[in-house]
Design a protein around this ligand. Sequence first.
Ligand code: UP5
Ligand code: MG
Length: 194
Amino acid sequence: PTRPRPKIILVIGGPGSGKGTQSLKIAERYGFQYISVGELLRKKIHSASSNRKWSLIAKIITTGELAPQETTITEIKQKLMQIPDEEGIVIDGFPRDVAQALSFEDQICTPDLVVFLACANQRLKERLLKRAEQQGRPDDNLKATQRRLMNFKQNAAPLVKYFQEKGLIMTFDADRDEDEVFYDISVAVDNKLF
Ligand code: UP5
Ligand code: MG
């Protein structure tokens, strides 16, 4: 398919790895549009709360499982259509597995860079627990958190391998101060995209 716009960065990593934090920094530094796929789904759930399909998706996400792939991609496509062609985009939290990656390439485009935030499991748990105390997302309960971590563990290796074989992915040690992580990301983005 033809590339609809110049630059797309995907940011992947475990729950609590800092996808949101780092994606926002990328968006700010490069003037890119920011799309959080988790947030997109949560907003839709909120606005379509009386709809049967979306009530079901709310249940799925609250337990820490993945929303149906086609629904997610449809939402991303709709969001992308609202963004002018010339603007760069950073997508936070997508894809979650190889099937989603294939489908994104097929239906949307090949990304220019995939940022993988690698972080120790124990650190992920600590960060999510801390955030749960501060704000508390519906899926920040103990059971859903375990489920999110497990799903990530199951899907991450094949997903990373898939992007590695395409030469698209760069891995960052996300087990450090967020500014240190971002410094490395910005050097990589400067080199690869500009
Ligand atoms: N923090 C961040 N960086 C830090 C650092 N370097 N040092 C110390 N602390 C750091 O960060 C998490 C917390 O850690 C924050 O308090 C932050 O200040 C601190 P954040 O940037 O929020 O991490 P992030 O990776 O974004 O964590 P999040 O919990 O959002 O990850 P999830 O992958 O769980 O959430 P997401 O919103 O992407 O997805 C939620 C659900 O939506 C999924 O479980 C799934 O059910 C559904 N979904 C789909 O089905 N399909 C999709 O494609 C996407 C989502
Ligand atoms: Mg997030």
